[in-house]
Design a binder for this molecule. Structure first.
Ligand SMILES: *Cc1c(COP(=O)(O)O)cnc(C)c1O
Ligand code: SF4
Length: 331
């Protein structure tokens, strides 16, 4: 159980995260008055970025690719046609307590609305997580619904970020999901190994490795500089018990929209024993239009990547389309 008087190191680190734009910019030696900041960053999606991630930013650079991912800008408030609050129609996919049936043979479990970082381009930034997340008192009901599915296939713990859960609760979810007949794989989508590597404790690695099904962990890295020594250490610890590590990135203007950056990212990933999996075209979510890269440009970048990398280091360029059974390939 959680013991608030003895939070773990990662929880203490999270408490120290930057939540005020002014503090972050001062720390980075940037002038808060010269940056086109969102005067009224939405209070349900404020700045949030752990110090360890900030330490990988370059001081004095307002265009730093890590900073751009987390800094609320004035441009977020400009209404742009074609950008919506629920671009993927997730509300329509809700199937009961914390469960989302978006893809055939895969069940998404919304474990929590919480994340360790608030990515400004996030497609779930307006999603009413708390209303749809799996609460502890509802676990029996969620397990019962999954048991009624003839061949559930894969369970994907998503969120928010499932590694924000405390160890005991995560262990209970993993254990009980793993006992359901027909669950052949368990996957987690998480950004914590990248933004809060303190989360990767020996105990977490042990509990992720428990159970009979293969475990797949999909992390999210968008720029090679996100992978520092602490991140590499955590990823190595996760690989140790045989967890498969994949990466997904979002193609973001000003962050990683060059083939040199994307190639360096693939190289950094494989060095950390992580395979590049997806490169997502941005979901058209309200407030993120300034990150959009045109499809033509995205295809050109993919061509350049294929020309300079072995095939297994080239991620699949995809877009998510509301109601589609799988991601739609773009390349
Ligand atoms: C795409 C996606 C999935 C399903 O992934 P596949 O690898 O295509 O099966 C699950 N969760 C999230 C958050 C996704 O974006
Ligand atoms: S970590 Fe993932 S879910 Fe959380 S804000 Fe970033 S992109 Fe969104």
């Amino acid at each position: 159980m959680s013991d608030q008087s003895h939070p773990e190191a990662w929880q203490r680190e999270l408490k120290r995260a930057f939540t005020r734009v002014e503090d972050l910019l001062t720390h980075l030696e940037l002038d808060p008055h010269r940056t086109a900041l969102a005067a009224d960053a939405p209070h349900d999606f404020p700045l949030l970025v752990p110090r360890g991630f900030v330490a990988r930013m370059e001081k004095g650079n307002p265009q730093d690719p890590l900073l751009l991912q987390v800094l609320p800008l004035q441009a977020e408030n400009d209404p742009v046609p074609g950008f919506f609050r629920d671009p993927l129609g997730e509300r329509a996919a809700v199937r009961g307590t914390g469960l989302l049936r978006k893809y055939r043979g895969r069940w998404l479990v919304l474990t929590t609305g919480a994340c360790a970082v608030h990515c400004r381009y996030c497609f779930r930034r307006h999603f009413a997580y708390e209303r749809f997340s799996l609460h502890r008192r509802e676990i029996d009901e969620a397990i019962a619904s999954l048991r009624r599915v003839p061949d559930p296939g894969e369970v994907i713990l998503s969120g928010g970020d499932p590694l924000m859960l405390e160890d005991d609760w995560l262990a209970e979810i993993l254990g009980r999901m793993g006992e359901i007949p027909g669950v052949r794989r368990i996957r987690l989508h998480t950004r914590l190994p990248i933004v809060l590597p303190e989360r990767i404790t020996p105990r977490l690695c042990r509990l992720l490795a428990t159970g009979t099904q293969p475990k797949v962990l999909v992390v999210q890295t968008n720029h090679p500089r996100e992978i520092g020594p602490a991140v590499r250490g955590g990823l190595a610890a996760l690989r140790q018990p045989g967890i498969t590590l994949l990466n997904q990135s979002v193609l973001l203007r000003g962050v990683n929209d060059s083939s040199a950056t994307l190639a360096a990212l693939s190289e950094a990933l494989i060095e950390a024993d992580v395979l590049p999996y997806y490169l997502h075209q941005l979901d058209p979510v309200e407030g993120a239009a300034h990150f959009a890269v045109p499809d033509e440009r995205a295809r050109t970048l993919m061509g350049e990547l294929r020309a300079c990398l072995p095939g297994y280091l080239v991620p699949r360029l995809v877009r998510e389309v509301a109601g589609a059974d799988c991601k739609v390939p773009l390349a």
